[in-house]
Design a protein around this ligand. Structure first.
Ligand code: KQY
Length: 361
């Protein structure tokens, strides 16, 4: 499958939307002390709560480094599978496979991973264990995998399952990802690997997002032709312009099926900032700076859709209920589960970033 003349698209494969049925969700146990405060113990509690919420509707598998295997196995409920597998950190959305299917078979697309920027502005080095995770998961599941010649993280794309992909120029055109490829060449790789017809580009992701603006922190596909984005009403906030430009880009586009895109809005939590106590609990490192007072890239759009359930981050008591209400209206008949997620946010992402779905075929 690695030769593009024999691409997944040419073979009738497409990437399903997240709203389509899932066979399982994979996660990775956090343990890096230079990303997760206090030896990652508070983050581990948050990951357990996320896994338990998901497992109400979907089987969960947690990969864990050897040194943490016993701890994870004892602390996670027995219905959550724990698999020892090496990883450099715990962002399964970005290191796991992006699955495509032809209705008979599932194939995992295995992107090249460079820790959100490699030696240009990556967040840690080395990242080789993370880079091997997607192929290992496919092998465990008995699925073929296809190594794609593109540096890309799963959180930098959202698909609708009907030929449309949403992404940001800030991330995919960043010099730290694929500087030798043109925008058209990147589009070609995406279309051929994921079975797409159209790419919709937002200019940027959320303000101060250390992933170089992953789309999953500002937008989520609700269903084909409908998305929800993080909105900001304060014209003095840097997020104000970013959200407006995203809205304008979406409203002036049609999707792969020629539909006008319906755009819903979620409130922006906060703004939220890292406290001195939180920053002091994180080991110093070269890539990930954690300074007291730094703005956190907080967004309710960073939720997971899985088998008639929405698992969304609780981030700010002032807006958590409003976010729940909006998500309940957007997903009628779905269970909407909020999980306290500040500890995940402190690591640089949220619930969507730490999960990866395996589609049902
Ligand atoms: O998908 C993501 N948002 C990953 C964030 C990585 C942050 C590493 N500190």
């Amino acid at each position: 499958m690695n030769n593009l003349s024999n691409s997944p698209k040419a073979n009738g494969f497409r990437m399903p939307g997240e709203h389509e049925p899932h066979a399982g969700i994979w996660m990775a146990w956090p343990d890096r002390a230079d990303n997760w405060r206090n030896g990652a113990k508070p983050a581990q509690e948050a990951f357990i709560k996320v896994a338990m919420a998901i497992s109400k509707t979907t089987p969960v598998t947690m990969i864990v480094n050897e040194s943490q295997y016993q701890n994870a196995r004892h602390r996670l409920p027995s219905d959550i599978k724990v698999v020892e597998m090496s990883a450099d950190d715990s962002w399964m959305r970005d290191i796991g496979p992006s699955y495509v299917t032809d209705g008979k078979e599932r194939v995992g697309i295995d992107w090249e991973f460079n820790a959100w920027g490699g030696l240009v502005d990556g967040l840690y080095y080395p990242w080789n264990k993370d880079d091997e995770v997607a192929a290992k998961i496919c092998e465990i599941l008995g699925d073929r995998s296809c190594r794609a010649p593109l540096i890309l993280e799963g959180g930098s794309i959202h698909t609708d399952g009907e030929g449309t992909l949403y992404t940001t120029e800030e991330c995919l055109l960043h010099p730290s990802r694929n500087p030798d490829l043109t925008k058209e060449e990147i589009e070609h790789q995406l279309k051929e690997h994921l079975g797409l017809e159209k790419i919709i580009w937002l200019p940027s992701g959320l303000y101060n997002d250390e992933t170089n603006g992953h789309v999953d922190n500002i937008l989520h596909v609700v269903k084909p032709g409908e998305v929800v984005i993080t909105w900001c009403n304060d014209e003095f906030d840097p997020q104000y312009e970013i959200s407006r430009k995203a809205y304008d880009a979406l409203c002036t586009e049609t999707d792969a099926k020629g539909r006008n895109i319906v755009v819903h809005k979620l409130p922006m939590p906060g703004p939220l900032f890292i406290t001195e106590e939180e920053a002091n609990g994180i080991d110093a490192s070269n890539g990930m700076e954690r300074t007291p007072g730094e703005r956190l890239a907080a967004s309710y759009a960073n939720f997971l859709i899985t088998n008639n359930q929405i698992v969304y981050p609780l981030l700010d008591a002032k807006y958590d209920e409003e976010a729940r209400h909006i998500l309940s209206e957007l997903f009628p008949g779905y269970e909407v589960t909020g999980v306290k997620a500040r500890e995940i946010l402190l690591g640089g992402g949220n619930i969507h970033c730490i999960t990866q779905q395996i589609p049902k075929i």
